[in-house]
Design a protein around this ligand. Sequence first.
Ligand code: S3P
Length: 436
Amino acid sequence: MKINHASNGLHGELTVPGDKSISHRAVMFGSIASGDTVIRGFLKSADCISTMNCFRAMGIEIEEGRDEKGGFIRVFGKGLRGLNKPYKPLDCGNSGTTTRLISGILAGQGFETRLTGDASLSRRPMRRIIEPLKAIGASIRSENKDGLLPLIIDRGELHGGEIRTRVASAQVKSAILLSGLYADKETVVIEPALSRNHTELMLSAFGADITGGSEADPRASVRPCSELRGLEVNVPGDISSAAYFIGAALIVPDSEVVLKNVGINPTRDGVIRVFREMGADIRIENEHYESGERSADLIVKHSPSLKGVEIEGDIIPALIDELPLIAVVAAAAEGETVIRDAAELKVKESNRISLTVNNLRAMGADAEEREDGMVIRGGRPLHRASIETAFDHRIAMSFSVAALINSDVRPVEIRDPSCVGISFPDFFKDMDMLLK
Ligand code: S3P
């Protein structure tokens, strides 16, 4: 895919697709609830389809429909213990969220399952769920004892307990909490920093006895559960998808965009906080709640005097997926941006520290890799390059934004652009629409 420098700004109004984290959870919790769950605003991307296929393979019926309010999917829940043993290994595709959350649910079932994934997922660390799940009584192991996929999960004796996790990861926290539904005592998760709390919010709406997962009470705790009840979930727009258009509007002269109904849960809104600290003109309007999740419209204008900032500490989990994009925006800002405490970036769909820094350098930026982050000295003009994405959707979208301020007449090339389908299948179409 070749992307030309933007000759006009981005303009217009856009409703970004549904939140990926919330869409995964709605299908999972709907599957183990009693009764139907109707999901509106569901993100139909490759990752969420991996989750749907896993539950379909365990006997859950999921249908798509449309009514006066728009499209929806309906999940016919079979209760906490209603899943069937799948005939084949469950293929989690490229999705870490599918793998790690489903492991927590499978630990509570009465049958053995094998989990597999694509080449990228098969390199991602799974000890982070194997160890805590074992500590609360689960039977889970990595088939080759290397802490990687395939995983084998069997019936265990879940007894709950208190787990202190080593990394702030909502995937790890959620796996433990989901197992906790099936335990015979309370299960508590204490994280080094608060990660996204969609599991806590949504499980509570489904009727689980769950507390914590907020700034005020970060320790998440769930009690044994006899039944979750299906409900209607309205998925807000994904701030991680909106972020690309926020970033693009900030750095492309003459831009003004309105992004409708974006989820701004405080455990996810770090990108807005950081951009504002850099001097971004972002207005938040029409704040409201969608299924317990804070949402709003964002009005973003070109911001010519962005400044470098330091990004570190507890804010990192609230913007972890946006760091490659933030690095691109930092390259267009004046001064130095330092990103620390973000070693987790190395174990995402790709090593996002190396790939981001290498691609920024290929475009002429002054960027340096660090063990737990990167340093970007902004202000150099960016030029064309061929962008290595390693099939990582967030790298492809971040550098599509960088391409808009490429000072060359020749376009930037994004390799393997179809990877955007992991989280945002219409990304290029929506970007074209705002550029018209
Ligand atoms: C996710 C949590 C994050 C994030 C991922 C989605 C989730 O991972 O990077 O894209 O839905 O729970 P970690 O919490 O493991 O960092």
